[in-house]
Design a protein around this ligand. Structure first.
Ligand code: PGA
Length: 251
């Protein structure tokens, strides 16, 4: 059985103090949780403080981004080595906001995934179509390209530690969610591509998260679908109460 992963993507939110406050409360609220892997991804500035706060708890730490070089003259960037050093075990790569506002390409995503493996960070690779692409009926084409180019050249071992997040761009932060059936269809499609690229075994073990306006009302219908193995959550991960409801969705 795959352990579901519930990941909070805080995006550009929370000061250091707010992040500490949140983490202290979450730690106590979910201390009994063992059957779901819990991950929070704060902004860079709060990583160190949150890392100290989660020590000995069941909360994992992830970064929302990094640059692929390990060090050097890249003003304003943060390296995989630094992200690992601060206590992260995961990194989100290729989020649609990075693709959209910071011109991140599948090629950049590929470099970042490979860079993550140099320091044993687990990549959460985001894929998803825009509204226009869905209306033009090219959703599966777009997603297949994002996966084949993004994951190009990975070893079987590397492919086994990737997590994919399907996040339809039109559902992010909009309150519009893909229906559980729409999400399941794409998740199943992603698993098929993974099987073609690697093997049935690796594809069966792949965790595919759904992201895009996940909330306490839609979480169980989404998570009950056979190919949905967790969530990547923005808005509803910012308050302990709403995030806890998602973590406890199975009850
Ligand atoms: P949302 O964001 O839950 O606020 O829609 C999801 C994401 O962008 O990861």
């Amino acid at each position: 059985m795959k352990k579901p992963l519930m990941a909070g993507n805080w995006k550009m939110n929370k000061t250091v103090l707010e992040a500490i406050e949140f983490t202290k409360t979450l730690k106590n609220t979910i201390s009994d949780i063992a059957n779901v892997e819990v991950l929070i991804c704060p902004a860079f500035t709060a990583l160190y403080a949150v890392s100290n706060e989660i020590r000995g708890s069941n909360i994992n730490l992830g970064s929302q981004n990094f640059f692929w070089e390990s060090k050097g003259a890249f003003t304003g960037e943060i390296s995989p080595v630094m992200i690992k050093d601060v206590g992260c075990s995961y990194v989100i790569i290729g989020h649609s906001e990075r693709r959209q506002y910071f011109a991140e390409t599948n090629e950049a995503v590929n470099k970042k995934i490979k860079a993550a493996f140099t320091v044993t960070l687990k990549p959460i690779v985001c894929v998803g179509e825009t509204l226009k692409e869905r209306e033009d009926n090219v959703t599966s084409k777009v997603i297949e390209k994002q996966i084949r180019e993004g994951l190009f050249g990975l070893t079987l071992e590397q492919a086994s530690s990737v997590v994919i997040a399907y996040e339809p761009v039109w559902a992010i932060g909009t309150g519009k969610t893909a229906s559980p059936d729409q999400a399941q269809e794409i998740h199943h499609f992603i698993r098929k591509i993974y099987e073609q690229m690697y093997s049935k075994d690796i594809s069966n073990k792949l965790r595919i998260l759904y992201g895009g306006s996940v909330n306490s009302k839609n979480v169980s219908d989404l998570m009950n679908k056979p190919d949905i193995d967790g969530g990547l959550v923005g808005g509803a991960s910012l308050e302990v109460e709403s995030f806890t409801k998602l973590i406890r969705y199975f009850k």
